[in-house]
Design a protein around this ligand. Structure first.
Ligand code: XLS
Ligand code: CA
Ligand code: CA
Length: 443
């Protein structure tokens, strides 16, 4: 088979002091942390769309990279994308990938023709999966790129568009299941609105929920036992995306009785677009029992859009891995690099170096998070901060055995509150720095 990334060698762990740019300094896949291999903690996935399809175009200019992989026909181009995908995953030791239906196969002139293309490419991908051991983290349908979806898909005012989207999603679920996926994502591409002057919000949300209900029922009927995910995002492409943030999505799932089948796929860049920290979104998912999977990338502090940068900020990856470990780790989910190189980083080598950077940033985050847990001071502080709920009136509050009347007489006899203690934020932030930079995580 042709080598599509001849400049990229097989990347291995060489330790923190290596100067080899094609080496992992922190990601040592089979090393155990808290008794579990790093690869099983992190469950890295490659995003097919950014890596094999996106060529770096933006509003002001066309692509700078070439993702045709030497294909002389559309068919050959898509076949070569698949070979290139598995070559790169093998070279980078990435175990999983995520894809949209339209990333792996081209649209035909009719839906039937498109489905044929999809099934043909899925069978090639299945062969490549079998021969390399790579797995699907999740699949999804691209119901936002084609002009037919100009007003949305599941939330379109046009019933014919709803029907088309339903057919597309049905096929995408079938293909995902046939490839052994344990996840299926709904990201609300154009499910949102620009103005309420032309939008019946209730009808659109009711319809979207019905589409999801049908998708769950159908998926379960053909043996899908994994998780359906909703991926929140507040804006882009529409001004107001319905799946604004984790809390909004949780309200939606509960309203429509979908919370047993759906979990959340939290994307770092979408969290910050919503005005939250990444950790806030992860914690919101965790405390509501819907933590599922992660799209690992990062936004830019100075830009207000979805930059999908490869993540290199170790404070953020550390906070993220603390949350993942608090949630008990991934079950069906993982860390999907929904990330792209910057437009001027247009070579195949740049893509490999970007993945290495992202994987090492998360490996560092995992190592430091484990060291913070072992250090124990932060957890200890957190627990002790709420100690007043373990005795006396606090215990009654915890046990839900008090009343407003009793609390009133307690407060009247107490007088002013005199026992508040410090929140110690600066001290706690310094613990993170001291663990991070003392190198105690290296042990
Ligand atoms: C776009 C989303 C998209 C989803 C999958 O902003 O991140 O890529 O992850 O459709
Ligand atoms: Ca995403
Ligand atoms: Ca994104």
């Amino acid at each position: 088979m042709k080598d599509f990334f001849p400049e990229v060698p097989y990347v291995r762990y060489e330790g923190p002091d290596s100067n080899n740019r094609f080496a992992f300094r922190f990601y040592n896949p089979d090393e155990k942390i808290e008794g579990k291999k790093m690869r099983d903690h992190l469950r890295f996935a490659m995003s097919y769309w950014h890596t094999l399809c996106a060529e770096g175009s933006d509003m002001f200019g066309r692509g700078t990279g070439d993702k045709s992989f030497g294909g002389r026909s559309v068919d050959e181009m898509f076949r070569n994308k698949a070979y290139a995908a598995f070559e790169l995953m093998s070279k980078l030791d990435i175990d999983f990938f995520c894809f949209h239906d339209r990333d792996i196969a081209p649209e035909g002139n009719t839906l039937a023709g498109t489905n044929e293309n999809l099934l043909r490419m899925a069978s090639l991908i299945k062969e490549l999966m079998d021969s390399t051991g790579k797995k699907v983290l999740w699949g999804t349908a691209n119901c936002f790129n084609h002009p037919r979806y100009m007003h949305g898909a599941g939330t379109s005012p046009n019933a014919n568009v709803f029907a088309f989207a339903a057919a597309q999603i049905k096929k995408a679920i079938e293909v995902s299941v046939s490839l052994g996926a344990k996840g299926y994502v709904f990201w609300g591409g154009r499910e949102g609105y620009e103005t309420l002057l032309n939008t019946d919000m209730k009808k659109e949300l009711d319809n979207m929920a019905y589409l999801m209900r049908m998708a769950v029922d159908y998926g379960r009927s053909i043996g899908f036992s994994g998780d359906f995910y909703i991926e929140p995002k507040p804006k882009e492409p529409t001004k107001h995306q319905y799946d604004f943030d984790a809390a909004t999505v949780i309200g939606f799932l509960k309203k429509y009785g979908l919370e047993k089948d759906f979990k959340l796929n939290i994307e770092a860049n979408h969290a910050t677009l919503a005005g939250h920290t990444f950790a806030h979104e992860l914690a919101t998912a965790r405390i509501n029992g819907v933590f599922g999977s992660i799209d690992a990338n990062e936004g830019d502090d100075l830009l207000g859009w979805d930059t999908d940068r490869f993540p290199t900020n170790v404070y953020t990856t550390t906070e993220c891995m603390l949350e993942v470990m608090r949630a008990g780790g991934f079950v069906n989910g993982g860390l999907n690099f929904d990330a792209k190189t910057r437009r001027p980083s247009f070579t195949g080598e740049d893509i490999a170096l970007a993945y290495i950077a992202g994987m090492d940033a998360y490996a560092l985050g995992l190592r430091i998070a484990a060291a913070i847990r072992a250090d124990g001071r932060i957890d200890e502080f957190l627990n002790s901060r709420y100690a007043s709920y373990s005795t006396g009136i606090g215990k009654k509050i915890s046990d839900r055995t008090t009343s407003l009347e009793e609390l009133e007489s307690y407060a009247l006899s107490m007088g002013e509150v005199t026992d508040n203690s410090s929140g110690r934020q600066e001290y706690l932030e310094n613990i993170i720095n001291s663990v991070m930079f003392s190198g105690s995580w290296r042990k």
